[in-house]
Design a protein. Structure first.
Length: 359
């Protein structure tokens, strides 16, 4: 089995992103180190410039002053599309063009899901930037999200019917995951299966789609394409586990929200679910929090402290490690379809994403 060691390509990889505002990440460093800065920059810039064109094309839907909502970010999903397209070897110019279209489609769907999430969560900011719903109201935000979904499907159509079907199924899974999470808000009896169903839809589905879309762009066989999708699913679940752990440990400055933000909003993630089974006092605290009509930041911070003290973070790291090993095992099975170099590229990505906060 591929060994889970930190990719050497991260050591010297240049980390200056191709567009202003994009956050350099370990995943970006892996791609630059493996494929070269010129290739990654050209394809990623083409993808992101296409998204910017979409965002600015309909000022009645998305006013120009709100375009900053869609700038920046880690861009993990387009990077994974590009990685999938390169996994079987050096792609042709046509394949690279198809991959750029696929990356644009997946990222547009991701952006749309964030806009709709902000409506449901009544979020005022995201990473320090005011949301569309906070600036222009829920009706405008709903319209903006639908607009992005339409453009996502248009971009996917260029890859053929299978890519369009994949995007449609991904949207269904996103909705199912969001509904699963919404049905358990402030539920101290939330189960681990419920949690994994939610994040499998909300996060795993899009990263699954990113990896499959790259494979479709490259024309890989059906067995290999399915394997890359399963790889993406487990990568996405591990990525969300890491993000949920950060909610309990990282500073407001680094993640753009206070520690215990999920707890304050009644979203009990894996660490909290794990701790609830072992700390009766935490259950009582969360029940009080659910009844709280004023600011919840203080009680949520206390609850986050109890979760950390329970050993839940160690359990979460172990869960992330299990997902990483699942990813590597799937890649070993896919070696006939993508070759050792492709396995190495995607293995490095999985190790980097699941070893670094923020991917």
């Amino acid at each position: 089995m591929t060994q889970a060691t930190l990719p050497a390509v991260l050591v010297d990889a240049p980390l200056r992103p191709p567009v202003e505002g994009m956050r350099p990440t370990a995943a970006y460093g892996v791609l630059v180190g493996r494929l070269g800065a010129a290739t990654v920059h050209a394809d990623l810039r083409a993808c992101l410039e296409g998204i910017d064109t979409v965002v600015r094309a309909a000022p009645l839907v998305i006013p120009p002053a709100m375009a900053d909502v869609f700038s920046g970010g880690k861009r993990l999903r387009p990077l994974l599309v590009l990685a999938g397209a390169h996994a079987a070897g050096r792609p042709s110019a046509r394949t690279r063009g198809r991959a750029v279209s696929g990356a644009r489609a997946v990222e547009l769907l991701h952006l749309a899901s964030l806009v709709h999430d902000d409506i449901m969560d009544e979020a005022v900011t995201r990473h320090g930037v005011a949301t569309i719903s906070a600036r222009a109201g829920n009706s405008r935000a709903l319209l903006a999200g639908d607009y992005l979904i339409g453009h996502a499907h248009a971009a996917a159509a260029g890859l053929g019917a299978e890519a369009g079907t994949l995007l449609g199924h991904t949207l269904v899974r996103l909705c199912e995951g969001q509904a699963e999470e919404a049905s358990t808000v402030f539920d101290a009896d939330r189960s681990e299966p419920s949690y994994f169903r939610a994040i499998g839809g909300k996060t795993g589905a899009l990263i699954d789609a990113a990896c499959r879309t790259g494979a479709l762009a490259a024309g890989l066989d059906a067995t290999t394409t399915r394997a890359l999708g399963r790889f993406g699913h487990h990568l996405g679940v591990g990525f969300q586990l890491l993000d949920d752990m950060l909610d309990l440990t990282a500073s407001h400055v680094s993640i753009g929200k206070p520690v215990g933000h999920d707890i304050a909003n009644g979203v009990y993630t894996y660490p909290t679910i794990w701790a609830l089974r072992r700390d009766p006092g935490l259950r009582r605290l969360l029940e009080e929090l659910a009844r709280c009509e004023g600011p919840r930041t203080g009680p949520a911070g206390e609850a986050a402290h109890r979760v950390r003290a329970s050993g839940a973070l160690t359990a979460t790291r172990q869960a992330i490690a299990r997902r990483r090993e699942r990813c590597l095992g799937i890649l070993d099975e896919a070696v006939d379809g993508i070759g050792p170099d492709g396995v190495g590229l995607l293995a490095d990505l999985a190790i980097a994403v699941l070893s670094h906060p923020g991917g």
